[in-house]
Write a protein that binds this ligand. Structure first.
Ligand code: ZN
Length: 207
């Protein structure tokens, strides 16, 4: 839900998803994890921090480099994304909420009786984090699972990491998750492991 919210904020559309989240819980947002630095994944935080305390944001160390690159290439990013997403009004952001805690290979964070195991992976981006919460056998793949595999980039943008992406799919399949919450699309209950095994097999066939 937060990702959909961020998507619309990015496109300059109004959205009331924060209202839906607040109907479910009034608890302040204290901890956040960026799955990667794409702008539809980092701007959902803003409205929560505007109406509450500053959260502690965790992310892979390359996310900060991405944000600095986005500032340097602001005009170019605005033009190519207007074209790709057919959004004339799209403006590329010039200010970013940088993470507070970064890691290189792996990081374990404990909050509210839960364990968040973060490991770095490359796939859609070079700065991706796979999140796993063992207490719920809950997998948070970010955009390493996007219902199609793989989007390896397009000629106007940096190429992506299809080979490493396959490895990441195998790693996620081996985690034996029961629940998967992808950044886009519906949650998967039950057969998360099978979904990954199929995605990995499919992408190997195509590559
Ligand atoms: Zn995304």
């Amino acid at each position: 839900m937060i990702e959909e919210y961020a998507d619309r904020v990015w496109r300059g559309e109004s959205d009331d998803s924060i209202v839906d989240v607040r109907a479910w819980s009034r608890a302040p947002l204290t901890t956040a994890f960026y799955s990667h630095g794409h702008i539809d994944h980092v701007f959902g935080l803003g409205p929560f921090e505007e109406s509450g305390p500053r959260a502690t944001v965790h992310a892979h160390e390359a996310v900060g480099d991405r944000f600095r690159r986005y500032v340097l290439t602001n005009g170019y990013n605005a033009v190519i994304n207007q074209r790709q997403f057919q959004a004339d009004g799209l403006r590329w952001p010039t200010e970013y909420r940088h993470p507070d805690v970064t890691y290189r290979d792996a990081l374990t964070v404990r909050r509210a009786g839960l364990t968040f195991e973060l490991t770095h992976a490359k796939g859609e981006t070079d700065d991706a984090t796979i999140g796993y919460v063992p207490e719920h056998r809950l997998l948070l793949p970010g955009d390493l699972f996007i219902w199609v595999t793989p989007n390896c980039g397009n000629p106007q943008k940096v190429q992506r990491y299809p080979r490493e992406w396959v490895h990441a799919l195998h790693r996620m399949a081996a985690m034996d998750a029961e629940i998967m919450l992808p950044s886009h699309g519906a949650p998967v209950f039950g057969m998360a492991r099978g979904v990954f095994a199929r995605a990995a097999a499919e992408s190997r066939k195509r590559s």
